[in-house]
Design a protein around this ligand. Structure first.
Ligand SMILES: [Zn+2]
Length: 213
């Protein structure tokens, strides 16, 4: 093996693999206080997180990488623990205590009237992985900018939406990747969440990180 051979493209930690998909057998269950909520046929502890049913997937990184799809469990874990989406390790910069974050037009939105903040579905990227991650952006046809943030907190989910059918079985409304706030319980009861969205606080440009090579 030649040491000069170009490094094989590393599959980022957060990317889904073909062998991780599971069938989603869903129903609408009656709630103790009345009304219905989306549930699995065989409910398990941990199905419902932040008040929403989370899509089940395996976490074994087997099968071909699906470059445009994120693994729900690993994406969620990255968001809750500020892990790097490429290497899966803590993304917090030990020197500054701040978290480097690559924002892309497709995965970031401003919050009106809240300066230096925003919602994103893309996890953080540690300093060491920033060049590699920026190198993937043109390939994925996304524009990007590098920031740092002081902290992040869960704010919403991206979800597939369901409605009860005539026989009580859930009917997919056809809506994918609907942004549902964690403060919208009525909508959360009809949602199957595939990604966790966080609010970023004290978002500052970090050109010095983008220019390292
Ligand atoms: Zn990393």
């Amino acid at each position: 093996m030649s040491g000069d051979a170009p490094a094989r493209l590393r599959v980022p930690y957060v990317i889904a693999h073909a062998g991780e998909a599971l069938p989603q057998r869903l129903r609408f269950a009656r709630r103790p206080l009345g009304g219905l909520r989306l549930a699995y046929d065989d409910p398990r502890r941990g199905d419902v997180v932040h008040g929403v049913l989370r899509a089940r997937v395996l976490n074994n990184r087997r099968g071909a990488p699906q470059w445009r799809k994120l693994n729900t469990l690993r994406q969620w874990r990255c968001m809750e623990k500020n892990l790097c989406q490429v290497c899966g390790l803590d993304a917090t910069d030990p020197d500054t205590g701040r978290i480097p974050w690559i924002t892309t037009a497709t995965a970031f939105r401003d919050i009106p009237d809240v300066p230096n903040s925003g919602y994103t579905s893309a996890p953080a990227t540690c300093r060491a992985c920033i060049p590699e991650s920026l190198g993937m952006c043109p390939r994925l046809h996304v524009s990007s900018a590098v920031h740092t943030v002081a902290r992040s907190e869960p704010a919403a989910v991206l979800a597939d939406m369901f409605t009860p059918g005539p026989d009580g079985r859930p009917v997919h409304t056809g809506e994918h990747n609907v942004l549902v706030g964690l403060n919208e319980p009525a909508l959360l009861r009809n949602a199957l969440a595939t990604q966790l969205i966080v609010q970023l606080h004290d978002l500052q440009p970090a050109l010095h990180l983008a220019n390292r090579s």
